[in-house]
Design a protein around this ligand. Structure first.
Ligand code: 8X3
Length: 244
């Protein structure tokens, strides 16, 4: 069976994806920061690696010592990412902005660069977790949305460069998913409940099943980009400010 490397595997979509792929018989390398939470996922088909995705030296030390049958990565799922704050740009923290860029953009690009030669050799695949925020602006989206637009466009442009190699690339773009992500983003359970309560949002498992579906399509098919929303989420019109 093929091997998938899934980043951000300690919670939410990543954790659900580790379980889905392992249940489907894949070998899975599950990476994340929190060793204690990763340990719970470890098993015959799941090899865990604890490192901060932004720390390239720690990442390389971990990835370069992968044992068989986990050492040949066929599928990279770039799931690690975060949203910090919902403040308008003029009130947002620069440190939050930099953390999002470092994680959602720089670390994603860097691990992709590291694994690309092997993925080309094995005619593998990359699935990047973008967001509906990549395409639809909303108040408070600012840098988070910018990073997700980068992820979407990077995915599409990777396809252009990988033309003829057999490597597949997909941008997955979910709307509201209720996971720990929403708690981190809003900063409190109360605000998270206010935003997501009653909306019947998607779950990590919903997205994990989609990832497995994309990964197991016949090799001649490529899903370029896929938006998903809960039925209870859609769009509103433009905001118009009227001057007195
Ligand atoms: C976040 C998407 O719709 O929860 O990536 O703002 S949404």
């Amino acid at each position: 069976m093929p091997t998938a490397l899934i980043t951000g595997a300690t919670a939410g979509i990543g954790e659900a994806a580790v379980r889905s792929f392992a249940d489907a018989g894949w070998h899975v390398v599950a990476t994340g920061r929190r060793a204690d939470r990763l340990e719970k996922l470890a098993g015959e088909r799941v090899h865990t690696l604890a490192f901060d995705i932004r720390d390239e030296a720690a990442r390389d030390a971990a990835l370069d010592s992968l044992p068989a049958p986990f050492s040949g990565i066929d599928l990279l799922i770039n799931n690690a990412g975060l949203a910090l704050g919902l403040e308008p740009a003029q009130k947002a923290s620069l440190s939050n902005w930099k953390t999002m860029i470092d994680t959602n953009v720089t670390a994603l690009v860097s691990i992709t660069h590291k694994l690309l030669p092997g993925l080309v050799e094995r005619k593998g695949a990359i699935i990047n977790l973008s967001s509906v925020a990549a395409s639809y602006p909303y108040p408070g989206g600012n840098v988070y949305a910018g990073t997700k637009a980068f992820v979407r466009q990077f995915s599409l442009d990777l396809r252009a460069d990988l033309h003829g190699t057999g490597v597949r690339v997909t941008s997955i773009e979910p709307g509201m998913v209720e996971t720990e992500f929403t708690l981190v983003r809003t900063g409190s359970q109360e605000t998270s409940d206010k935003l997501y309560g009653g909306a019947n949002p998607m779950t990590g498992e919903d997205i994990a099943e989609t990832l497995l579906w994309v990964a197991t399509l016949p090799p001649h098919l490529n899903i370029n980009a896929l938006e998903l929303m809960p039925v209870n989420q859609s769009w509103q019109g433009f905001a118009v400010h009227r001057e007195d």
